[in-house]
Design a protein around this ligand. Structure first.
Ligand SMILES: Nc1nc2c(ncn2[C@@H]2O[C@H](COP(=O)(O)OP(=O)(O)OP(=O)(O)O)[C@@H](O)[C@H]2O)c(=O)[nH]1
Ligand SMILES: [Mg+2]
Length: 297
């Protein structure tokens, strides 16, 4: 019943001219959310939901965080997440931002060359094995081992929701609206996210401006995505809040929580601690394999 309620709210928020009431209700339900609450799930052990952003450099990850922060807290736009203001500035660390007591959104270093090592690093993040520290796309096995204790003590009860952020601006390396060959480069990253978290990444297409986004939407649908949101983030040059963007941001966040609860439902009979160890072992095995490959070179 509750799921239907959320679903209807989101449908209304996405399809109809937005009313202030819907945004208000969406914001309230978000602030009262606890892991599992949209499905009335209890006893699963997850304490926080972390929306783990990933995507190429400069495509709007930090800006999406800024948008979420000002919309959820209902405050004027500020550049809290340090979105790039010059072509040279880009993030190199994972930093988490609090949306509510139980929902966090995690910034990330932008993907660069889509290498095996970037893929391994991202897998570690999806497995909840990374602290909020600088992100290095260069492979280093010790990093995983050194962070295990902290993750075990503090964060093994986080549920990770993967969110793929991509601009519809053309000319990027992973060109969502471009040729099939280039799109296939991102497929292993999306598949890893799904296999590890149980959730196919939710996609946010940014920098839509006046562009026709149909082609980009079709492409991500073909890659297997079912939940796609398109918006122009709030930025320093587009900082005035409006109902349409607010509603898109809230709808996106609600979808993340619904997907989190679907994932929690799938995992609720698992033992979280045992699952954490299993994921850590899988990651370490993959990293040792990579280390051997590198040593042979
Ligand atoms: N027009 C428009 N500009 C955007 C949008 N999102 C981000 N930008 C701009 O794009 C630039 C890069 O945005 P960031 O949010 O820093 O991108 P990022 O993915 O965090 O980049 P890295 O940290 O380098 O990986 C900034 O100048 C933003 O103002 C959007 O939806 N529309
Ligand atoms: Mg950034």
């Amino acid at each position: 019943m509750k799921i239907l309620f959320y679903h209807n709210l989101i449908q209304q928020a996405m399809q109809s001219p937005v009313t202030k009431d819907i945004s208000g209700v969406l914001r309230d339900t978000l602030s009262s959310y606890k892991p599992g609450s949209t499905r009335n799930l209890q006893g699963h052990g997850f304490k926080r939901v972390c929306l783990q952003l990933f995507g190429p450099k400069g495509h709007g990850k930090s800006s999406l965080i800024n948008s979420c922060l000002c919309v959820v807290h209902n405050l004027p736009f500020t550049n809290d997440a340090g979105a790039g203001t010059t072509a040279e500035s880009f993030a190199t660390a994972r930093i988490e931002y609090k949306l509510t007591d139980t929902v966090y959104i995690v910034d990330n270093r932008g993907l660069n060359r889509l290498t095996k090592d970037e893929r391994l690093e991202l897998s570690a993040q999806f497995r909840n094995l990374r602290s909020t520290t600088p992100v290095d796309w260069e492979f280093e096995l010790e990093r995983t081992v050194n962070q295990l204790e902290d993750r075990w003590n503090n964060h093994c009860t986080d549920f990770i929701v993967p969110v793929f952020v991509h601009s519809v601006d053309f000319g990027s390396r992973i060109n969502i609206a471009g040729t099939v060959n280039r799109n296939t480069e991102i497929v292993p990253f999306l598949r890893d996210a799904f296999e590890i978290t149980g959730i196919f990444p939710i996609v946010v297409l940014t920098k839509i401006q006046a562009q026709n986004i149909d082609k980009a939407v079709n492409t991500v649908e073909e890659l297997g995505s079912q939940h796609i949101f398109s918006l122009d983030n709030y930025t320093t040059t587009n900082s005035v809040r409006n109902m349409e963007t607010d509603s898109k941001v809230l709808s996106f966040l609600h979808m993340c929580l619904q997907e989190a609860d679907r994932g929690i439902y799938k995992k609720q009979h698992l033992n979280i601690q045992r699952e954490f160890i299993k994921q850590a072992v899988e990651q370490i095995k993959a990293e040792m394999k990579r280390q051997k490959e590198l040593q042979k070179k």
